[in-house]
Design a protein. Structure first.
Length: 410
């Protein structure tokens, strides 16, 4: 039944875009005119999944029943919807799929040129639907790509968290990082009580501030955080640390907004110390081989530098690098950072929305993802760094049979 979530996406025409308006009509057909539960939404260009995970862990530590909706999945679609950090079952996802399918059938047929129902948007609706059925106290929503242009905008946030905003999806969400920031901050409404942001470039900071002021009548002013006060040893390394701190700070603001006490420090520390982030500077042994993978969803030069630093903290050498970078990622920057390391550039032709036409260094080997296997990984060496888009990271986690069922323990 998961095919329901991709039905209109699979039939979309060239140049078609998703329709938030059509998703709004579907939400009404599902009885989701409002979430009915306090919402914490995470938007930004990178690090949203980390922020959403840590926000969920903090809220769960406070005794809240938390439904988290993220995009995309790590290994299986059921991971897009979690309760207290644990993925829903295949049966539950199938039931949600049937609800979505039946409600979609009640909508008018798509007109020529009308946008489609996006997979991430349908999983968002299914997640909110499930949150109601599961008696959730709060919902944490990770935007698929934008903000006001994303289906998360159908459910006004009580608290909005904004990770770093940069020039990704130029020409889709806007023609500059500032325009992209306006789209992402546009989910704010008069009902929003707090906006928490990581430090941004000046133009982005101004775009966020002006958008929030316009949409709240000046009542809410974005709060820029440096640190959350969470002990450093409870946070991830690399760029993930600041996104984790953002998630923790946003969770605190939501607890304040709903009048829920913050968790006892001992319980919070125990929950945060259990957080696992597969695909974000995570280590995995490839069964049946001597190969270890360091896997990270770095897609630009600074992220690659952080991943290399993490690798050399444990290893004295890197035998090989796997990199999967569609054209809209920082291919040139990543290539410059990897310098003379042996690299295999992995394309994913089955993902029609991703393009892999960017020039890469001549010494890089180029393969399609279908060529990857455990034996292929083993042939590349014992110490492999894998970087790139989250779809590729999911492929590596599959090959490593990584545990992605639960992201934290209570």
């Amino acid at each position: 039944m998961t095919g329901t979530f991709y039905a209109e996406w699979d039939r979309r025409g060239s140049g078609a875009r998703r329709s938030v308006g059509r998703a709004r009509r579907l939400a009404r057909a599902l009885g989701l005119d409002a979430a009915g539960v306090p919402v914490l939404t995470v938007v930004g260009s990178k690090g949203k999944g980390t922020a959403a995970t840590y926000a969920s862990a903090c809220l769960a530590a406070a005794g809240c029943r938390v439904v988290t909706v993220t995009s995309p999945a790590l290994r299986e679609d059921r991971e897009r919807i979690r309760v207290d950090g644990t993925a829903i079952s295949a049966d539950v996802l199938a039931r949600l799929g049937r609800r979505v399918r039946d409600a979609t059938a009640s909508l008018p047929e798509r007109r020529s040129g009308e946008g489609y129902l996006s997979p991430s948007g349908l999983f968002t609706l299914a997640g909110v639907l499930y949150a109601r059925a599961a008696g959730a106290d709060v919902i944490v929503l990770e935007a698929g790509m934008g903000g006001i242009s994303d289906e998360v905008s159908l459910f006004p946030p009580d608290v909005l968290a904004i990770t770093e905003v940069f020039a990704e999806h130029i020409g889709v969400l806007g023609d500059s990082p500032a325009e992209i920031a306006k789209d992402k901050a546009g989910v704010v409404t008069a009902a929003t009580s707090a906006v928490i942001s990581l430090p941004q470039r000046p133009a982005v900071t101004e775009a966020i501030a002006s958008t929030v002021a316009d949409r709240t009548g000046g009542r809410v002013k974005p709060e820029v955080i440096g640190t959350s006060g969470v002990p450093a040893d409870l946070l991830p390394t690399g760029h993930g640390r600041r996104n984790a701190e953002l998630g923790c700070a946003a969770a605190d603001r939501l607890l304040d907004a709903i009048g829920c006490p913050r968790p006892p420090q001992e319980r919070l520390n125990r929950v945060l110390s259990s957080v696992r982030l597969p695909g974000r500077l995570s280590w995995h042994h490839v069964a049946g081989t001597d190969t270890t993978l360091l896997v990270d969803s770095a897609i630009d030069r600074s992220g690659t530098a952080a991943a290399l630093a993490e690798a050399y903290r444990r290893w004295d050498r890197i035998d090989h690098v796997l990199a999967c970078l569609p054209d809209h990622k920082d291919v040139a920057g990543v290539a410059a950072e990897l310098a003379d390391l042996p690299v295999t550039y992995v394309r994913m032709p089955s993902y029609r929305h991703l393009r892999f036409t960017h020039a890469v260094p001549g010494h890089w080997t180029v393969v399609d993802d279908t060529e990857l296997s455990r034996s292929h990984l083993a042939s590349l060496g014992e110490r492999i760094l894998a970087l790139g888009t989250v779809y590729f990271i999911g492929r590596l986690l599959d090959l490593a049979d990584a545990d992605t069922e639960r992201l934290f323990d209570l």
